[in-house]
Design a protein around this ligand. Structure first.
Ligand SMILES: Cc1ncc(COP(=O)(O)O)c(C=O)c1O
Length: 435
């Protein structure tokens, strides 16, 4: 198919809900390591990583060699049959969860399913039904996952019942109009009032992303989650950490984002970067929590031998290459270079994130903080012209999200910053002429 035929077939044969970032869809043809090539042969430096999924580089040789071998040995089994790749992956995961305390896994195909499984498990374990999630969160696209999600854009259709939403710790736009640390982390303390007033008082779980991904890399102050943990446990709830974006070392120095905040979760969910492109969902829980799910449940593709092989190879690769340290080191460097750009470009209102999960929030005016939504779309287009790929997010579509593969180096950051700088200049010129 030609590029034009692909775009046309997309329009004709896919749900229109399948949308693209750019005015003219980018047709990707192939990818290797930190690079992606389009149908015209143009090369892009990928700082989006297929939405935080390409954790160790596109078509990673070491991962793919193992995948190819497994593909020719045993491709499918289902959860009905024991197989080595699933067993080996579950054993490996148990060894890297916080304190080695979460040891029982259930595998599915996506982050959405991982969260569905987590909510079911929390309800079985506690006997309670109500869930506290966060505003600005994103947890997937099933009826339950959309109900958990705290962004109107991503909540289609009638939501599942039994979910209330607490304030997130969005310090740049504090929901209480306060400033940290004088605020005394009022957003966290408000969870007590939320549970008392909008639930029956006994909850099944609190679910949160340690750093909100789609929400625009909203990063809480260190006291936020520990304060909420006490409240949640006092009301009978357990802790679900949605690590679909923050897992596997991305935040730097630790396997999971929640470990940055000193809270030990009862359940962790993951997907995306665990498979480096192979579709996988993981729900891993403390044994007593997992054991509460009585009766039978099946996932046809859960623990699929090929995806399980890929996921185990990804974890091994992260460990062997010490990528958690690289996320701290190279992520810290990326952060400092973004701060430099903030000094130069008025459009950048905030820089935030952790490790190799960094974002810039764009504003029209630093005083009013009016979201620069149009300019953000323009910046993405300009970056495309300059051959770099980046993500977009935030409640107002004004946050640029940067999540390159975790095995990039300083040279890649320098190359990226140079192109982002040029794109910001081009974007300001475009915005100026559009006025
Ligand atoms: C934090 C988080 N949870 C869950 C999901 C849903 O994952 P999936 O798209 O694999 O269903 C996403 C997807 O972006 C996510 O970012």
């Amino acid at each position: 198919m030609t590029k034009e035929e692909i775009i046309l077939a997309n329009k004709e044969f896919l749900f229109p809900a399948v949308f693209h970032f750019f005015k003219e869809p980018l047709v990707v043809a192939r990818a290797k390591d930190q690079y992606v090539w389009d149908a015209d042969g143009n090369q892009y430096l990928d700082f989006l990583g297929g939405i935080v999924t390409v954790s160790v580089g596109h078509c990673n040789d070491q991962i793919n060699a193992k995948v190819h071998q497994q593909l020719d040995t045993l491709q499918h089994a289902s959860t009905l049959f024991a197989n080595e790749p699933q067993a080996a992956l579950a054993k490996k995961i148990a060894s890297v969860t916080p304190g080695g305390k979460l040891t029982k896994s259930f595998f599915t195909n996506s982050g959405t399913e991982a969260n569905e499984t987590a909510i079911l498990t929390a309800r079985c374990y506690t006997g309670n039904t109500e869930i506290v999630a966060l505003r600005h969160s994103y947890h997937g696209r099933s009826a339950m996952a959309m109900a958990l999600t705290g962004q109107g854009t991503w909540r289609l259709g009638p939501p599942a019942a039994g979910v209330v939403h607490a304030h997130n710790a969005y310090c740049y736009r504090c929901p209480f109009g306060l400033t940290y640390p004088e605020c005394d982390v009022a957003c966290a303390r408000d969870v007590e009032d939320l549970i008392r007033t909008t639930t029956g008082g006994r909850i099944a779980a609190f679910i949160a992303e340690p750093i909100q991904g789609v929400g625009g890399f909203v990063t809480p102050p260190k006291e936020y989650f520990p304060i909420i943990e006490k409240i949640v446990r006092n009301h009978g709830g357990i802790w679900i950490s949605d690590e679909v974006q923050t897992g596997w070392g991305r935040t730097g120095g630790k396997w999971f984002g929640i470990e940055q905040w000193g809270v030990t979760p009862d359940i962790i969910t993951s997907a995306k970067g665990l498979g480096n492109g192979s579709p996988i969902g993981l729900t891993v829980a403390k044994p007593e929590v997992a054991d509460a799910v009585k009766g039978a449940t099946i996932s046809t593709f859960g623990g699929n031998p090929v995806t399980a092989t890929a996921a185990k190879a990804v974890i091994d690769f992260i460990e062997e290459q010490n990528l958690m340290a690289n996320c701290t080191e190279t992520g810290g460097y990326l952060r400092s270079r973004l701060e430099e750009l903030k000094d130069k470009h008025e459009l950048i209102g905030d820089v935030r994130g952790m490790g190799l999960m960094q974002a810039i929030e764009l504003v029209e005016d630093r005083e009013t903080k009016k979201p620069a939504t149009v300019q953000t779309a323009m910046l993405l287009e300009a970056a495309r012209e300059n051959r770099v790929l980046m993500g977009k997010g935030g409640m107002f579509g004004n946050v640029i999200r940067l999540t390159p593969p975790m095995n990039i180096g300083r040279g890649d950051v320098d190359q990226f910053i140079e192109q982002l700088d040029k794109s910001l200049v081009a974007c300001s010129a475009m915005a100026g002429s559009a006025r």
